[in-house]
Design a protein around this ligand. Structure first.
Ligand code: HEM
Length: 145
């Protein structure tokens, strides 16, 4: 297996772990509200978040490193930046992934600085899930169009 194929596999696993967590947080865990009171749900979610805060940044870092490595095959100074639809879609994919990364950095820094995050962050995981789905579609579409 060459370096590029290995990067694709690593990238794919990181994407599965990352979006898998976001998927369950947005679509599965809300079921807790059916069986538990508000405070218990908060405690369960806080407990899960402490684990998520360790795993999230690592999977995102792996996505950026493996993605960046593959990115340099399609976008570089010798073949150009926006000359093909693959390059344009890859750049859009990169920009959407950057929004997720910036959101995570902002959210972690609020935690460290003990600051209240902006209201828009209340639905951050829902936005990440939507962006993640668009990113996956772009990842496949860029090789088809
Ligand atoms: C939330 C972040 C990201 C997610 C969920 C994600 C997800 C994916 C998925 C599912 C694929 C398809 C892999 C396959 O075909 O088996 C892919 C491919 C790719 N991604 Fe990402 N990605 C993310 C971030 C990035 C970043 C930041 C970059 C660039 C810096 C990047 C560059 C690429 C490239 C170049 C491919 C094409 C690989 C290929 O199929 O040959 N990705 N990504």
């Amino acid at each position: 297996m060459d370096g590029y194929s290995l990067a694709v596999v690593i990238h794919l696993f990181a994407a599965i772990f990352f979006l898998g967590f976001v998927f369950s947080d947005v679509l599965i865990l809300p079921v807790l509200h059916k069986d538990f009171d508000k405070n218990t749900v908060m405690e369960i979610k806080n407990s899960i978040s402490s684990r998520a805060r360790k795993i999230f940044p690592i999977t995102v870092l792996i996505l950026i490193l493996s993605g960046g490595f593959m990115f340099s095959k399609y976008i570089n100074s010798s073949i150009g930046f926006t000359g093909s639809s693959l390059q344009v879609l890859l750049l859009i994919k990169f920009l959407l992934a950057s929004i997720i990364v910036l959101g995570i950095i902002y959210s972690l820094s609020c935690k460290v600085l003990k600051k209240q995050p902006h209201n828009v962050m209340q639905k951050f995981h829902t936005y990440v899930l939507i962006l993640g789905i668009i990113i996956i579609i772009l990842a496949k579409l860029m090789f088809i169009v």
